[in-house]
Design a protein around this ligand. Structure first.
Ligand SMILES: Cc1ncc(COP(=O)(O)O)c(C=O)c1O
Length: 370
């Protein structure tokens, strides 16, 4: 009930649980190993760093159309630059899609362990979040379709998903798109697309190109190593790009971010290095974790979801405490519906070996007093 003396936010806002980022600080005096936010251990391309540092005219506004970056992305992927919209991270674009298409009375669907920014974006616009169950920690097209109602306006799907690392192959996406009503936007959040090495994976370009109601979001935060700059992009039908351009801030991406991203996308060899590193260590980590007796959800991204035994002293919270005491920060994922799991980003070789040694010690219960 509103009174006339106190400002009240829009309905839905106070239902939002603020996003909790991965830990970045540990109560530990030595060097901290931060593997809590799916960042690349290789850092950005040296070319991106140089381009970022090259800027002198800080008194000037950036190019509000991010022309150079949209053209660089278009060239790299063979796209129409008019249909690319850049944002302050893909988070901003997810929020703008919700703002443009959702309001009170509308519903938007995401999956059981889906990326939590979707829920925030939906509630922030007064709409109702609808959660589709997953099967084996993987999105389930049938379950999503079962949740569609007359009120559904958007389906948000992270592919691969964070924090599970699982993905849907292209034929499943086609089935989903084919069965969704035409007015429902399918948002394919492909933040980790570059890491996926599967023949049956398609990030979303194909569906955006062939339908008028599919959007693909991408980011420079992950494989490109530019998370601090907040820069992402989406490829959308012209009508949806037009909506986003009407409501976004006129200068929503900064000049250093544009410059660094243009240089990053031009450095294919740095990206390749990051992908090869990930491929090698994702497999190594999976094998080692299983060898220690921990269950790992099979991941195609740059992180792993590690499940702990439901045993006194051996649960995820205990592991988190034991690792933190050694300066190792993984991600608790209670808010994602995994009270007994931790998510770990693939780190440098040294970091990966240190985590495995610490977990071996933890599981063998010598407390890891090394
Ligand atoms: C699935 C998914 N989508 C989007 C994002 C947001 O990325 P950005 O840094 O581009 O806002 C993340 C970041 O963790 C993510 O995991």
């Amino acid at each position: 009930m509103s009174d006339k003396t106190t400002p009240a936010p829009r309905p839905g806002i106070l239902d939002i649980t603020p996003y909790v980022p991965g830990e970045s600080k540990a109560d530990y005096s030595g060097p901290v190993i931060k593997l809590s936010a799916n960042e690349t251990p290789l850092g950005p391309s040296p070319k991106a760093l140089a381009a970022y540092g090259d800027l002198s005219a800080l008194e000037r506004y950036p190019d509000g159309q991010a022309e150079a970056l949209r053209q660089a992305i278009a060239d790299a992927y063979g796209l129409n630059p008019e249909r690319i919209v850049c944002g302050a991270g893909s988070d901003e674009l997810l929020g703008l899609l919700a703002q443009g298409y959702l309001g009170p009375g509308d519903e938007a669907i995401y999956t059981q362990h889906g990326f939590l920014v979707y829920r925030i974006a939906i509630l922030a616009n007064g709409a109702t979040p609808v959660i589709a169950p997953e099967t084996d920690n993987r999105a389930d097209v049938g379950a999503i379709l079962d949740k569609v109602s007359d009120r559904t306006k958007i389906v948000f799907l992270a592919n691969p998903n964070n924090p599970t690392g699982t993905y849907l192959p292209f034929d499943e996406l086609q089935r989903l798109r084919g069965a969704l009503p035409g007015h429902v936007i399918l948002v394919l959040d492909a933040a980790y697309a570059e890491y996926v090495r599967r023949n049956d994976y398609e990030a979303g370009l194909e569906l955006v190109a062939t339908t008028n109601n599919t959007v693909m979001t991408r980011t420079f935060s992950k494989v490109y190593g530019l998370a601090a700059l907040r820069i992402g992009w989406c490829y959308a039908p012209a009508t949806i790009a037009d909506v986003l351009n009407r409501i976004r801030g006129p200068f929503n991406v900064s000049a250093p971010a544009i410059a660094a991203a243009v240089a990053a996308i031009g450095d294919a060899s740095h990206m390749e290095k990051a992908i090869v590193h990930n491929d090698q260590w994702l497999a190594w980590l999976t094998g080692k974790l299983e060898g220690i007796g921990l269950k790992v959800t099979p991941s195609v991204a740059n992180f792993l979801l590690i499940h702990f035994p439901d045993a006194q002293g051996n649960r995820a919270a205990d592991a988190d405490a034991a690792l933190s005491a050694k300066g190792i920060l993984l991600r608790r994922v209670v808010g994602y519906g995994f009270p007994n799991a931790l998510r770990m980003s693939v780190g440098t070789e040294k970091e990966n070996r240190q985590v495995i040694a610490a977990l071996e010690a933890f599981m063998s219960k010598d407390g890891g007093a090394s």
